[in-house]
Design a protein around this ligand. Structure first.
Ligand code: NAI
Ligand code: MG
Length: 363
């Protein structure tokens, strides 16, 4: 039996392209793994009324980790719109498979490294190296939403200022949820000799939830005296990240702010073709590029597979294959610096598979 069992979930659109490319690299390093295909995505919503069928969840439960491509979550073509409507008319409700997987497996850490590899023509500035720890299960993404607002709720103190016609999405931050993501950020900083952890919030306005997050941050920081720490309002942080990126290192944030700064930081270090994401829990983890299914490029093997190969590198770390993880990252860095093989986003014309083969050759 193989040492590792990996759920292989290409999903929709370019999900298959980037996972096929990633497999070339994993095969080259001879990872002792069994890859088990799982159904997920738009096709299964249209056929079965569930984009994440139960059989896929069961399959994931039998594996050590998952590699996920991308899913299409909104219909674009007329035919897709009709299929979507037909499923809804039958009473099925579309729920995002990725959000569900994060919640089902309690993948509370969303780790997003953003490194400007030297020589990448898409770098905003050289020497940027952020790692974002985004809380992944609660906050404004808890799914506690009301529209219309139940009458009983309108009677609660404080609600008198809310119009009965309003829609409400509730931001839920628990002490446990705050604590475990902040601890993960400090733990990572400590193990990897990172110099600073910054807490991202808006506690001056969003006092209850972000106030709790900030309070717990300063409490935990006391146990890590060797690591510099500080906090920043999410809005002002966005301009400081652009102005003085070298002042930042590890960033820890509640779900929504983490989502937003992830895209900003990814864009500063190469864009969607370089943004990788590790959804990590205690017993399970799922790795993915941060981009979507880019339907217009589906099956063309044109897009940059580096984001997904970087996600696979994080998976290797999770599986304890540290040496292989280093080999893969060094190979990616070398290919970027050489600049001979570049996909379209980097100004070249290499295919996804040619890029993966070039990286595999360096491994
Ligand atoms: P997208 O991320 O799929 O693509 C936007 C554009 O970014 C593409 O047209 C392409 O120009 C570029 N791009 C994306 N990946 C790239 C890569 N690896 N290399 C080079 N260029 C790349 O976002 P879009 O078009 O807004 O969404 C398409 C579908 O994906 C939607 O149905 C959306 O809901 C879904 N989506 C899924 C996500 C996921 O599975 N985690 C995340 C984001 C969107
Ligand atoms: Mg996002």
């Amino acid at each position: 039996m193989a040492k590792h069992r990996i759920a292989w979930l290409p999903g929709d659109g370019i999900g298959k392209d980037v996972l096929d490319a990633t497999k070339i690299v994993l095969d080259k390093i001879k990872l002792d793994a069994e890859y088990i295909h799982g159904d997920v995505g738009w096709e299964f919503w249209c056929k079965e009324g569930d984009p994440l069928p139960t059989r896929t969840i069961d399959l994931m439960k039998m594996t050590d980790a998952a590699m996920f491509g991308a899913i299409t979550s909104k219909p674009k073509t007329v035919a897709d719109k009709e299929l979507d409507k037909a499923m809804q008319n039958k009473g099925y409700i579309y729920r995002s498979p990725i959000v569900r997987m994060r919640q089902l497996f309690d993948l509370y850490i969303c780790k997003r490294p953003c490194r400007a590899y030297p020589g990448n023509p898409l770098n905003y500035k050289e020497d940027i190296d952020f790692v974002i720890f985004r809380e992944n299960t609660e906050d404004l993404y808890s799914g506690v939403e009301f529209y219309p607002i139940p009458k009983e709720m309108l009677k609660v103190r404080g609600m008198e200022r809310v119009s009965p016609e309003a829609a409400i999405s509730i931001k839920v931050n628990t002490p446990k949820g705050c604590r475990r993501i902040i601890e993960a950020a400090f733990d990572f900083a400590s193990k990897h000799k990172r110099k600073k952890v910054t807490c991202v919030h808006k506690a001056n306005v969003v006092r209850a939830t972000d106030g709790l997050f900030l309070e717990i941050f300063y409490d935990i920081a006391k146990s890590y005296s060797a690591i510099e720490h500080g906090d920043a309002n999410v809005d002002s942080l966005c301009q400081w990240l652009l102005k003085r990126p070298h002042d930042y290192d590890v960033l820890v944030a509640p779900n929504l702010y983490g989502d937003i700064i992830s895209d900003l930081c990814a864009q500063m270090t190469g864009g969607l073709g370089f943004g990788s994401s590790g959804n990590i829990g205690i017993d399970y983890a799922l790795f993915e590029p941060t981009h979507g299914s880019a339907p217009k490029y589906a099956g063309m093997y044109k897009v940059n597979p580096i984001a997904t190969i970087l996600a696979a590198k994080m998976m290797l770390e999770w599986l304890g294959e540290t040496k292989s993880a280093i080999r893969v990252e060094e190979a990616i860095a070398a290919i970027i610096t050489e600049g001979k093989v570049r996909t379209y986003d980097m100004g070249g014309n290499a295919t996804s598979l040619e890029m993966a083969e070039a990286i595999a050759d360096k491994c």
